[in-house]
Design a protein around this ligand. Structure first.
Ligand SMILES: [Ca+2]
Length: 343
């Protein structure tokens, strides 16, 4: 009887958790840190992953879809919808990143053929459909270029006020990771990013400048390697590749870009956010793809006086972004490792 009661309460607690869990769609270009972010989300009771939509970025769309299916298969989660999406950025050629992610995007780790099947729907259409199905309940977490999200809001702008949160991994307000100015996800589709930042919602921006200070080190890898299982072994192999690659490039650990964006939705107290207005540079000789964050909250306004302009006052700007300016890296890494270990 006691055993029965205990299992009843366990089931009741699981149901309560599932009901209070935040519904999310992860739009992803898997990707080593994408795989880490996806498994973090799937192992976190605070989140209910409704779907993964795949965007080209780190790898081409076809490879990304295969990777996403292999990841959900590894996790035994064929209940999660996985759909392909755009096949190229809106207005430029795709730039893939095998240099950072390995030939297959997953550090060369050869996962078994996927058991889960791709959904036939087009990613941006699936996003539109699910936002209408769960109005004010769904959080979008794009961790790749913003092509799919831009296509969705362009086709159906009515989804904007119906989305609960949008948390992106992308951008930076203090220099890029592709070049001096731009972060890779924004650089890969600046026109899409401009559409997303100007859509009328508040974009939570978890940028590369914070990701680069949220490092997974070799010591963390040793910690993760203490436990064995399909998911821990997979993540440990990815992390080993990623830490080695990062060390060769002068970092002391691997930047946890995408997992930090997911963690922001799991536990918002992990990050510091500051409201500001962010514009995406789509031209610029050196700055195409830069997210230009206005930290003052205003622009100076000039008026013509004779042959020159004079500053006449200040024009307040409406914030369109909650920009992550800091993260509790230690607490985040501990959360990440414990969730991957299934604790
Ligand atoms: Ca990514």
């Amino acid at each position: 009887m006691l055993g029965f009661l205990a299992s009843f309460f366990l089931v009741a607690a699981a149901v309560a958790n599932a009901e209070s869990a935040q519904r999310v769609i992860i739009d992803t270009d898997p990707g080593v840190d994408d795989a880490m972010a996806i498994l973090l989300a799937l192992n976190s009771p605070e989140l209910k992953v409704e779907a993964l939509t795949v965007v080209p970025g780190n790898v081409e769309g076809k490879q990304g879809l295969e990777n996403a299916l292999k990841i959900v298969s590894l996790a035994g989660r064929c209940d999660v919808i996985v759909a392909g999406g755009a096949q190229h950025p809106l207005n430029q050629k795709l730039i893939t990143a095998q240099y950072w992610h390995g030939a297959n995007g997953l550090a060369g780790v050869d996962l078994p053929a996927p058991k889960c099947k791709a959904d036939a729907r087009f990613g941006p259409d699936l996003i539109i459909e699910m936002v209408h199905k769960y109005p004010h309940e769904l959080t979008l977490i794009p961790v790749g270029p913003l092509t799919n999200i831009a296509l969705a809001v362009s086709k159906d702008p009515s989804i904007v006020p119906l989305v609960k949160h949008i948390v992106i991994m992308g951008g930076s307000i203090t220099g890029g990771n592709v070049n001096g100015a731009a972060e890779a996800n924004i650089y890969n589709d600046p026109e899409a990013a401009a559409i997303v930042f100007n859509a009328g919602w508040m974009v939570t921006m978890v940028g590369s400048d914070v990701g680069e200070r949220t490092l997974f080190t070799r010591k963390d890898l040793t910690d993760l390697q203490e436990q064995h299982g399909p998911e821990t072994d997979f993540i440990a192999k990815l992390a080993d590749f990623y830490v080695t690659r990062s060390e060769k490039s002068g970092y002391t650990g691997a930047a946890m870009y995408d997992p930090l964006a997911v963690a922001t939705e799991i536990d918002p107290t992990l990050v510091t956010l500051k409201d500001m207005h962010v514009d995406v540079e789509t031209k610029g000789e050196f700055t195409r793809g830069e997210t230009v964050g206005n930290r003052m909250g205003y622009d100076e306004k000039n008026v013509l006086r004779g042959d020159h302009y004079e500053i006449d006052g200040l024009m307040p700007l409406r914030p369109n972004a909650r920009v992550c300016t800091n993260a509790d890296a230690d607490r985040f890494v501990r959360l990440f490792i414990s969730r991957i270990k299934g604790k």
